[in-house]
Design a protein around this ligand. Structure first.
Ligand SMILES: Nc1ncnc2c1ncn2[C@@H]1O[C@H](COP(=O)(O)OP(=O)(O)OP(=O)(O)O)[C@@H](O)[C@H]1O
Length: 307
């Protein structure tokens, strides 16, 4: 797949302190790239550099395969963005806010505002003034404003911040729709793993200004291990059955009542049956998967998920 945004050894220092260090990002055309990192990691700074709002101290950025400089502005027409909190004219309606934005951006398409409001599901409240809007509605309007110019790329800085679970689900569905129906490439930042775990195609993990990892979600799913968690009263008896009757060696005793089996080719029901036949009381048997959350914490804490 074609790379649409690429950064090379990107660095940014403020007053001699390095905030961003040698970041190499590769965002592919048509994907949702989840940019993950704790508060203050530097996500906003990287996004601002991509949008030519902040000048890199060193390094390079290529967008649509063309290097950008402080005087490149043309490419910005193909990018829609929300950086930090989206601000609107509170006394104007949703429609009027978008119309103004079109005027500033030189977009003359009369239908564009209606279409953008329809896509984000705000067409029924287009004549409502912004001061009557909830946070979720404002976030959606922010996305409408970012897409009204029909961009190829969307850059969204924490668009899910502060939303309730329904609001989060709505925005997720909207982003998937923008990717799938409209072919828009999306760079979205978050400090909450679970917000973007289910929609991202690729994850970039930023910590202290360094990109610790850039990885496809499908590879993370392979890297994060699946295991079977067995809850028993007699763990010594259970181990005997696992080892002697089933030949299982790849297991871990979590505590006296819990064993994790990492062996993939012996079925859950087979293990259950053997334990019961040997008189072991099985209190619970459950397939578990290590989550991206743990993976993320492990990476940023240097291998200690609970640090
Ligand atoms: N204009 C500036 N002058 C000095 N320091 C800055 C400036 N802009 C950002 N920083 C510093 O750079 C670091 C990264 O900030 P940034 O806003 O990029 O992080 P972030 O990952 O987006 O975090 P958050 O989720 O909290 O917004 C912070 O320590 C911040 O104080």
């Amino acid at each position: 797949m074609e790379t649409i945004i690429q950064t090379h050894q990107l660095c940014k220092s403020y007053k001699g302190a390095e905030t961003i260090s040698n970041v190499n990002m590769n965002i592919k055309k048509g994907e949702i790239y989840g940019f993950l990192g704790p508060n203050g990691a530097g996500k906003t700074t990287v996004m601002k550099m991509i949008l030519n709002l902040v000048k890199p101290t060193s390094g390079a950025i290529k967008i649509f395969n063309t290097p950008i400089s402080t005087t490149s502005y043309q490419y910005l027409k193909k990018i829609g963005s929300i950086i930090e909190y989206p601000e609107f004219y509170e006394r104007l309606t949703a429609k009027e806010n978008l119309e103004l934005h079109c005027e500033y951006s030189g977009v003359n398409d009369k239908g564009a505002v209606k279409e953008a409001l329809r896509i984000v599901g705000l067409n029924s409240v287009e004549n409502k003034k912004i001061h009557e809007f909830s946070l979720g509605m404002k976030q959606r309007l922010g996305i409408a404003r970012a897409i009204v110019t029909k961009p190829e790329i969307l850059i969204l800085d924490e668009p899910i911040n502060g939303l309730d679970p329904i609001g989060i689900k709505d925005i997720r569905e909207l982003l998937i729709q923008l990717k799938e129906k409209h072919g828009i490439t999306i760079l979205i930042s978050s400090h909450i793993v679970s917000e973007i775990e289910s929609i991202a195609d690729t994850i970039g993990i930023l910590h202290d200004g360094k990109l610790l990892k850039e990885v496809k979600m499908e590879n993370i799913r392979k890297e994060t291990m699946a295991y079977l968690e067995i809850r028993i009263d007699d763990f010594r008896g259970a181990i005997k059955v696992l080892e002697n009757k089933l030949g299982i060696r790849n297991y871990e005793v979590v505590n006296e009542h819990c064993i994790r089996v990492f062996e993939q080719n012996i079925s859950q029901s087979q293990i259950n049956k053997e334990l019961i036949l040997s008189g072991i009381v099985v209190n619970g048997l459950e397939k578990q998967q290590q989550h991206l959350e743990e993976y993320f914490l492990q990476l940023i804490n240097g291998g200690h998920p609970h640090a």
